[in-house]
Every structure is written in C-alpha cells, then in structure tokens.
Design a protein. Structure first.
Length: 161
C-alpha cells in the first residue's frame, strides 16, 4: 500500500474521531429560572443533536432533547437555545425538587465517535446568579466609559460642547 494513502486514511479516521466534544458545563440562576450552559466544539458542518437530562434518585429524566421524547413534567418549563458552540437550557420555575445531576449530551450526525457527555451537580442554594455582559464587569475604567458615552450624551443633548 502506498504510504501516502495510509497517512491520508489515518488522518481521516483521526479527524472523524474528534468531530465534536463537550468542553464545559455551567449552571446559574436567572431570576427564578435555571440556566445550564453547555459549551461544545463541533469540527464538522453536520447537524448536531443534543439532550439535556437530570439524574435524581438514581433515575434519569429527559428535560429537553432532539434525540428522544422529553418527560411530561419538563416539557412546558424547558427551552433550549442554540448558538455557535453553545447550547443553553432554560428551566422555568426552578425549585429544590429540580436539584440533581444535570447532563448535556451532544452528537454530530454521521459521527463515528460516541456521544459526548458532561454533567454537573445542581443545588439551588449553591448556584450563583447568572452574570450579564457589562463594561463594568470587564474592569473598564470610568474615564473610558465616559469618553465612550460622550457622543450618546451629546446626541440626547445632555452635554453641550
């Protein structure tokens, strides 16, 4: 066999072996709702399927999924948004009865590797509040904020120069 063909076959197999991967899973409270962020990497253009589930009392319950049907008690309360490399589960009206081990599972269509799974233990009293994006959170100086807001203040006639 030609060594070039052998190397090409090995590279193709290695590329297929790492098409997607769940990188991180985080949970936080957004008001009275739970948000679970599932960060993944997808190196293909193949469609992605996912499943968010919870394990409590040694029983797995599907919260939201494109792979199989969700549990009835979660259908009306769960919503998932999908962005590039991020799946967000929103569970409305999160209470202590919703505590447990949350799991995010992703699979790319026609991927030969197994499903990629990460889990996180979610306890209401230990959850942080979800942080929004803010210039103040990013340690931006007040002077820079003032300079950036000057045109806006001029536009609404708060400042005249």
């Amino acid at each position: 066999m030609n060594p070039t063909i052998g190397i090409a076959v090995i590279l193709t197999v290695l590329q297929a072996a790492h098409c997607q991967m769940v990188r991180d899973l985080r949970a936080c409270l957004l008001g009275q709702n739970l948000r679970v962020d599932c960060f993944y990497e997808n190196k293909t253009s193949n469609p992605l399927t996912y499943e968010f589930s919870i394990t409590k009392d040694n029983r797995k319950q599907v919260i939201h999924s494109t792979m199989r049907a969700s549990e009835t008690n979660y259908r009306a309360r769960a919503n998932v948004t999908m962005q590039k490399n991020l799946l967000c589960l929103y569970l409305q009206g999160f209470t202590t009865s919703d505590e447990g081990v949350y799991m995010c599972e992703v699979k790319a269509t026609n991927d030969y590797t197994g499903n990629q799974i990460k889990n996180i233990t979610v306890i209401k009293d230990k959850l942080e509040k979800c942080a929004g994006f803010s210039l103040l959170i990013q340690n931006t100086s007040w002077l820079l904020l003032l300079l950036l807001s000057l045109p806006l203040l001029q536009a609404v006639d708060f400042v005249s120069l």
